[in-house]
Design a protein around this ligand. Sequence first.
Ligand code: SAH
Length: 235
Amino acid sequence: MTDQHIHIEPIGFFHTNTKEKHRIPRQPDNDLGIHGYIQLHREHNFEQALQDLDSFSHIWIIFQFHQSHQWKPMVLPPRGKQKRGVFATRSPYRPNPIGLSVVSIVSIHGLCIEIAGTDLLDETPILDIKPYIPYADCISDANFGWLDTMEESHHIYNIGDNCFVKAQEIKEKEGVDIILHIKQLLRESPYPHPYRRIKKINEDMYELSIRTWRVMYTVLEQDESMIITIVSITH
Ligand code: SAH
């Protein structure tokens, strides 16, 4: 790269209670996304800069992937088996570690913007905010590039009664919604992959590790759907 430098300072930071990287979705997601807030810096006239933003439902957030320390020209996408050029992906490991996410505004109070459906880690530095403008930003006939060649399947979950009881127990004792965790982790694929802690136990059975829990499940592929039956959740 050249020795031309651009001086950019964060305008604030993103904060959320979700601390674990593996729980952050791979793209913003209204159902599974993270809830949190952007706290803008004081004494920069950002109160004025924020005026009228609350008239929009969604915003673009431009941020720094502060936890990505090196980049690779070719990356293995979470759902893929084949490496792709980093510029043809949304990977956090890029030569300039800059991220871009659309999120919905929940509320704006003073210098605090509460947002929902994000894919950002706690303490992410925020570089800029822009309104999401459907007529400019939503291109309904855009294609899916190489993603078009990936099979998208629909997941149907069967969760045994014993697993529901166990999940309830975990929620009461540790405040963790393990069923939501399982769905987040298996959403891209229920099969082993370098990014997922999944082991194939035998022909039909897989084991997913979440912290110290072990989740056993089977997968049945049927037409466009995958039926995932959660058989047990143990410590
Ligand atoms: N929507 C963004 C990010 C896509 S990658 C874009 O397209 O640019 C999303 C992943 O980035 C998340 O799963 C999370 O693991 C990772 N991530 C989020 N914030 C990060 C940060 N501050 N530093 C490093 N990685 C981060």
